[in-house]
Design a protein around this ligand. Structure first.
Ligand code: CA
Length: 233
């Protein structure tokens, strides 16, 4: 069965309309009207994408977005009545892949879902887990999980995305700027330096000796590259 699109919206009228349009575009759709049921449903059936209303009765949509992003690698489109630039930036910083302001045209929303899914398909290294250096690092993009020397390694969604981006092209040097736009998906002044902090944390988690990294190498004055070797399947 095709993974569903999860609509998280407590306004049942809006949810019904969006559901009808998405089904019209041949998507399977499931619905949750609280943050709690949304997490349950997303855990049960890893969704293709989530449409997330920020104004939920039991919890802030912003918080829920972060938890959802830890479950798996799927896009989240935030749906909200708030439209200030600052709030939009907060949404993107929390990992939202797109942002639609209410009242949203359902046709536009379907279009955005398609666009965001296309971006995800071309951006991920594929559905099968990618294994590097004779299995010492295994990246499962679909499950959003990382195994390091046989042990599950817990990383933040941003760290995962960074590693995923770098590991998609071993040996290729990425500038910080490129990593910001590819791994975080948006342009924002000042984020280039935060890449260094994310890389530092990531190294502490995946490298045996973070001062002599085996996987993520610094290319002085430019950025970073992934030095792992992909195992043949
Ligand atoms: Ca609402």
């Amino acid at each position: 069965m095709q993974p569903p699109i999860l609509i998280v919206e407590d306004d049942l009228k809006i949810a019904r309309i969006i559901k009808a349009y998405l089904e019209g575009a041949d998507y399977r759709v499931i619905h949750a009207d609280t943050a709690r049921t949304a997490l349950e449903k997303a855990e049960q059936e890893l969704p293709l994408a989530v449409i997330l209303d920020l104004g939920l009765p039991d919890r802030s949509g912003e918080e829920l977005c972060q938890d959802l992003k830890e479950l798996g690698n799927f896009p989240v489109i935030m749906l909200t009545a708030r439209s200030s630039e600052e709030e939009r930036i907060t949404g993107f910083a929390l990992g939202a892949d797109d942002y639609v302001v209410k009242p949203a045209s359902p046709r536009e929303l379907v279009y955005r879902v398609k666009a965001v899914l296309k971006r995800y398909d071309s951006g991920s290294a594929g559905e099968r887990p990618a294994s590097f250096n004779k299995g010492s690092l295994i990246l499962d993009s679909r499950r959003h999980s990382l195994t390091c020397r046989g042990e599950t390694c817990s990383v933040t969604p941003t760290e995962f995305k960074l590693l995923q981006t770098l590991a998609a092209s071993p040996g290729r040097t990425y500038s910080r700027d490129e990593l910001v736009s590819k791994a975080l998906g948006y342009q924002f002044d000042g984020y280039e330096r935060s890449i260094d902090a994310h890389i530092k944390n990531l190294r502490q988690k995946i490298e045996l000796d973070s001062h002599k990294p085996e996987f993520i190498k610094t290319i002085y004055g430019i950025g970073y590259l992934f030095a792992g070797e992909r195992d043949a399947l």
